[in-house]
Design a protein. Structure first.
Length: 186
């Protein structure tokens, strides 16, 4: 398997998994975070899931498809290992253990997406932001999360003013600290 893996630098804003385009690789994230972003017909967008060092970007290839309706967009820089689709399919055929682990991850990813939908439907914005911050914190080393209010508004599918208000509320509660471009989990 290792001879089919190529190291890839993940830069903020990169889209290793573009919506509707043929997928040519899967990416095993080593460091950083890739957001799964749905785009609506009016141009608005919202995050439906995220992938860190626990996962892989390109689940449709594992599940037998070569396209996805959402983008996989890098939100926090890092590193990944890219594997061509052909090599992935060969490995899935050769190794039942590899296939089983990736299918288990696909199930965990589906649960995360469903949980995000539930949170968006039922929770307050402050609870949704706290959930998102904790999910990101689980996937990075250290306590600093490089992000902006604008980015948070896109990921949460809300206006920037709402994000500013809930960030201030979490800061007043003493659970986060902020400085330009960074939120620190306390």
């Amino acid at each position: 398997m290792q001879n089919h893996l190529t190291p890839v630098v993940l830069r903020v804003g990169d889209v290793p998994m573009p919506a509707a385009a043929p997928l040519t690789h899967v990416y095993f994230v080593e460091q950083g975070i890739v957001s799964l972003v749905a785009r609506f017909s009016d141009g608005e967008q919202a995050e439906i899931g995220l992938v860190g060092y626990e996962g892989v970007v390109g689940l449709p290839l594992i599940l037998g498809s070569d396209r996805t309706p959402y983008d996989g967009q890098v939100q926090m820089a890092g590193l990944a290992w890219a594997m061509p689709a052909e090599a992935l399919h060969a490995m899935l055929q050769r190794s039942a253990a590899f296939s089983e682990r990736l299918l288990r991850y696909a199930q965990a990813s589906a649960v995360q997406v469903a949980s995000t939908a539930l949170a968006n439907a039922r929770y307050t914005l402050v609870a949704r932001l706290a959930r998102w911050l904790l999910m990101c914190h689980d996937r990075v080393e250290g306590d600093d999360l490089p992000t902006t209010h604008r980015f948070l508004s896109v990921m949460l599918g809300v206006n920037r003013t709402g994000v500013t208000e809930v960030v201030a509320a979490l800061e007043r509660a003493g659970v986060i600290a902020t400085k330009r471009g960074t939120i620190t989990i306390l």
